[in-house]
Design a protein around this ligand. Sequence first.
Ligand code: ZN
Length: 166
Amino acid sequence: MKLEVHEESVMRPESVRCPSCNLVQFKSEKCRRCKTSLVFQVLKEEQPEIPRESVDRSRDFQKCIGANVRRLRKQKSMTQDNVVERTGMKRTYMSKVENGRLEPTLNSLFRLADALEVDVIELFSSERELMTERLLADPFIAEAARLTEAQQVQVLGFARQLAGAK
Ligand SMILES: [Zn+2]
């Protein structure tokens, strides 16, 4: 009896299949047989598939961090150069972080937080949390937020009456 061995079953993690001639071989830059570039294939196999949604979310988050850095810096009346001086970062790095064009390292996040004299967690506030904070800064809304749900319904009904009576 002849044992049939499919190439698939003998493919080791360190091997790669040439997309052009199908030769299974050790990972390298070019196919041993037809010289087709295997770089893309190698990268594709080494990196697990990242869901599109999480890529978008992390990009949004990157932008959010950048916006927070800029907002906090302006609140403290600091220039980018001030922050650069305090953190020892490069100016281009700093500006890329603020523009959300670069994913800051954990270490640089702590350095930024120190320079801006805030807790590092403040760099992570989402737009929604900031909006809630701004809303709750309004004394009327802050008071309304402390009412029970039933009381809120009453207040709303009363407000509608007033608006209608105008
Ligand atoms: Zn090949």
